[in-house]
Design a protein around this ligand. Structure first.
Ligand code: NAI
Ligand code: MG
Length: 497
């Protein structure tokens, strides 16, 4: 009998290379037709801006121009508000709620039908990975219209004992991090409640809102129910100042939110503000660590960290800090940074030069204040706006990187010993939008959720969204809720029956 030696497991296989090179997997761009120039969408038509002013919108991953966009002036905004008022009094407020619902269902269906086109366009104009625009932004945008379509003819059941009435014309100002999704968050509940809208997209990302105007046309929505005025903050300020709007809904920076609150004070206009955040993602020593690391990565590197509820402050219980940081760094080295239209990309381009400069300045302040920086080795493209995934350790509570919203792929790690200390440190911020808790103990999840001053608390997950779930903040993160039943209230007058 001959003796055979069992070969070591895998010895007969090819050696595993030190790094894998992915073949490029680009999503085709030709499904999107971008016009050379766009007008404003007023009264159901794309019209030339009276201001005669335009600017160029870019692909931030290549710094290449995509289209010429109208910079709406005071007269343009006034015209859009008049169109919205007309549509409100003559058609939309008179329509049976079940008829309103049909239009919303139709918009939702068309968004689904055109989802690939819109996802590609969102990634082209905003820099976010196609995987995210395809799997998150578009399905959620359609889901919001489906969800609020369902409420349109059930408002009386939603608010028992009260008579819900629409408010009138809503002026809505949205940011560039989730352009089409924020449009859906704003327009769907407003229309379901019987209001008409004038929406101003962010200056860097107007394109999906302009294609949405074509969706509105396809859905045969009565002219003037949805109007879109493009332009920068000056256009937004005109909309806020307009006498013809009854309500302002804003998502963006705390600084502009405060300016808007001052501007509408005493005017009788209703206001909701969804502003910044500096969320605490808290990991206890009994948490499943690999799962938590996935949640940490998703919490801060999703959408390049351009997320108001991003888990930008990681609090790790001291006894597991080293283990978590080691695992985190290893996981970060597998993140693929690059072409937003590549289906393997995890982290895309930074939305604008301005935002990149802000991220760089805050990261430099972190280094200068004494934090320890780590970035995994990664090749960034030569052209375009890029920032490598970054983690800071040795961070003190007082550092700017622990206090200010960076709105980029930058995580600050702090530690704690007891749940009390975690709560105290987590709440030590002017913001209060979201938080995450990682632990095996259900009772601890409930206790933490009750004590964290945050509008949304995720447990053993992060950055999960659903149209049925209300979203919004405390303190300098704003007021008012979007999503769910709560998201209808800001668009209704609830009169006693
Ligand atoms: P921003 O607040 O200036 O822009 C958001 C929207 O408000 C855009 O549509 C803009 O045109 C409009 N706007 C600007 N000034 C206005 C004014 N005076 N009146 C009416 N509308 C006005 O935000 P920005 O400058 O793009 O980003 C700065 C920082 O704000 C980011 O680095 C981030 O920290 C934070 N931010 C937070 C967002 C969130 O989702 N909570 C979204 C965007 C930015
Ligand atoms: Mg600004």
């Amino acid at each position: 009998m001959t003796e055979t030696k069992t070969p070591a497991r895998g010895a007969d296989r090819a050696p595993i290379p030190a790094s894998w090179d992915y073949a490029p997997a680009p999503e085709a761009r030709d499904i999107v037709k971008i016009a050379d120039r766009y007008g404003l969408f007023i009264g159901g038509k794309l019209v030339e801006p009276l201001s005669r002013q335009r600017y160029t919108t870019l692909d931030p991953s290549r710094e290449e121009p995509l289209a010429e966009i109208a910079q709406a002036g005071k007269a343009d905004v006034a015209k859009a508000v008049r169109a919205a008022r007309d549509a409100y009094t003559k058609t939309w407020s008179k329509l049976r709620p079940s008829e309103r619902a049909k239009y919303l269902f139709r918009i939702a269906r068309i968004l689904q039908e055109r989802s690939r086109e819109l996802a590609v366009l969102e990634s082209l104009n905003g820099g976010k990975p196609i995987r995210e625009s395809r799997d998150v932004d578009l399905p959620l945008a359609a889901a919001h219209f489906f969800y609020y379509a369902g409420w349109a003819d059930k408002l009386e059941y939603a608010f028992p004992g009260r008579t819900p009435r629409p408010i009138g014309v809503a002026g809505q100002i949205i940011p560039w991090n989730f352009p089409l999704l924020m449009l859906a968050w704003k327009i769907a509940p407003a229309l379901a409640a019987g209001n008409t809208v004038v929406l101003k997209p962010a200056e860097t990302t107007p394109l999906t809102a302009l294609v949405f105007c074509d969706v509105v046309r396809q859905a045969e929505l009565p002219p003037g129910v949805v109007n879109v005025v493009t332009g920068d903050g000056r256009t937004g300020a005109e909309l806020v100042a307009s006498d013809g709007v009854d309500k302002i809904a804003f998502t963006g920076s705390t600084e502009v939110g405060k300016a808007i609150q001052r501007a509408v004070a005493g005017s009788g206009k209703r206001l909701t503000l969804e502003l910044g955040g500096k969320a605490a993602n808290i990991v206890f020593d009994d948490a499943p660590l690999d799962q938590a690391v996935e949640g940490i990565v998703n919490g801060i590197y999703f959408n390049q960290g351009h997320v108001c509820c991003a888990g930008s402050r990681l609090f790790v219980q001291e006894s597991i800090a080293d283990a978590v940081i080691t695992k985190l760094k290893r996981r970060m080295s597998t993140l693929r940074v690059g072409d937003p239209l590549d289906k393997n990309t995890d982290v895309g381009a930074i939305n604008s030069k301005t935002q990149l400069d802000k991220i760089r300045a805050l990261v430099e302040s972190g280094v200068a204040e004494g934090a320890e920086i780590y970035q995994p080795p990664c090749r960034l493209p030569e052209r375009g706006y890029w920032f490598a995934p970054t983690v800071f350790t040795n961070v003190a509570q007082s550092y700017r990187i622990a206090q200010e919203e960076i709105f980029g792929p930058v995580l600050s790690v702090l530690t704690f010993r007891t749940p009390e200390e975690a709560v105290e440190k987590a709440n030590n911020t002017p913001y209060g939008l979201s938080a995450g808790v990682w632990t095996e103990k259900g009772s601890r999840i409930l206790a933490m959720a009750a004590r964290l001053r945050a509008g949304v608390v995720w447990a053993n997950t992060y950055n999960r969204f659903d149209p049925a779930s209300p979203f919004g903040g405390y303190k300098e993160s704003g007021f008012g809720r979007e999503g769910g039943l709560h998201g209808l209230e800001p668009y209704l007058r609830l009169e006693p029956r």
